[in-house]
Design a protein around this ligand. Structure first.
Ligand code: NAI
Length: 347
């Protein structure tokens, strides 16, 4: 079977990870094109990844007849228009999270996606493709925990990544900590419970990094959420983790509880030395979710080949962004926010 020819937009912190996977770790596809504003990134794509076509503008790339599919890894504010443009040019689309930063624009984009049922659309909630999260999901779906009552989620970026984060947040609107970071946890909460979030209360604090105030970002944000069936979720999102990249999830049910990555361990090695019993931690998202990024790309390519849609839909993008924006609003207004969940479609 012919290889699926992919063009990628964005070769920054995450774009390089996806690009390398598409070029080297995902069978059945060829990374043929790349688009970035930065010439060094395009040079890297040509020399290191064997990319044949490079573009300074997305509009040009998406019109290339050689491309079957696009991988969108540009800043979040561009996702909606780039998804729409790709679909209108007959390309399958993988877009990084969040699907967008504005609800009206996301709904428009959802309509364009619905108009193209033969094109695959997938959103980058890679945690769903992590082995441990998949195992936890199987247990929950099999009823091993009984009925879920509380979900506790930690997502804290390493303080060692502060400089690159400030650059990222200064260059374009990330949407803020709830839209940029908590959105992964919001997706997990919806995935595990199959329920929608109804009310949120969010607060936050900047302590260690005044430079975050300058780019309008929070160092630590927390949210308390109630779902439509009264399940509770507690989210902690941060940018100041000194031991590495701390992503942890706890599920408490009527029959038991489980934790995914109770400590963010790097691997199974324990070192015993003058410092005591030492377990190294995963240091950043490319390390912790290395396999998940590969797995989600494999699923995207498999969906194109098998003419089916992936589990993660545009509606998951819309719903998660609604909740994240409600958290932002709650933080900014100091109010409990109720989310409308009436009119959504299923795709
Ligand atoms: P970054 O700032 O490091 O890189 C952005 C890239 O996009 C650069 O190559 C830049 O030249 C290019 N670019 C910017 N505007 C563009 C435009 N209009 N057209 C074409 N190219 C453009 O950003 P980073 O951290 O790689 O994030 C990119 C996206 O990936 C964001 O939406 C972010 O939310 C998401 N992300 C997801 C993660 C996950 O865990 N799934 C982790 C990190 C980022």
């Amino acid at each position: 079977m012919e290889k699926i020819k992919v063009g990628i937009v964005g070769l920054g912190r995450l774009g390089k990870v996806h690009a390398k996977n598409l070029a080297e770790n995902v069978q059945g596809c060829q990374l043929i094109a790349a688009c970035s504003f930065v010439q060094e990134e395009l040079d890297y794509a040509i020399t290191e990844l064997g990319v044949k076509e490079t573009y300074k503008t997305y509009e040009e790339m998406v019109k290339s007849p050689t491309i079957d599919a696009v991988f969108i890894v540009s800043p979040s504010g561009f996702h909606c228009e780039q998804i729409q443009l790709a679909m209108e040019n007959g390309k399958h689309v993988f877009s990084e999270k969040p699907i967008g930063l504005d609800i009206a624009e996301i709904k428009e984009t959802q309509k364009v996606i619905q108009k193209h049922p033969n094109l695959v659309f997938m959103l980058g909630f890679m945690r769903r493709y992590d082995d441990s999260y998949q195992y936890a999901k199987q247990l929950v779906d099999a009823g091993e925990l009984g009925e879920l009552t509380v979900i506790r989620c930690y997502s804290i970026d390493p303080s060692s990544g502060m400089e690159s984060f400030v650059k990222f947040a200064g260059a374009s609107d990330s949407g803020g900590i709830f839209v940029d970071m908590s959105i992964h946890d919001i997706d997990l909460v919806r995935w595990f419970t199959k329920k929608e979030v109804q009310t949120v209360w969010a607060i936050g604090k900047n302590a260690a990094y005044p430079e975050l105030d300058e780019v309008g970002e929070l160092e630590t944000g927390t949210a308390l959420m109630q779902l439509e069936d009264k399940t509770m979720a507690i989210l902690v999102a941060g940018r100041n983790c000194h031991h590495g990249y701390h992503v942890e999830t706890e599920l408490i049910g009527t029959k038991g509880m489980l934790r995914v990555a109770a400590a963010p361990e790097k691997n199974l090695v324990t070192v015993m030395n003058e410092q005591g019993v030492v377990r190294s931690c995963s240091q950043d998202f490319p390390e912790r979710f290395r396999e998940a990024f590969v797995n989600e790309a494999k699923e995207f390519i498999a969906c194109i080949k098998e003419k089916r849609q992936p589990e993660i839909s545009a509606n998951d993008g819309l719903q998660s962004t609604k909740v994240a924006l409600a958290c932002k609003e709650s933080f900014e207004t100091h109010k409990l926010i109720t989310i409308e969940n009436q009119e959504e479609t299923t795709k």
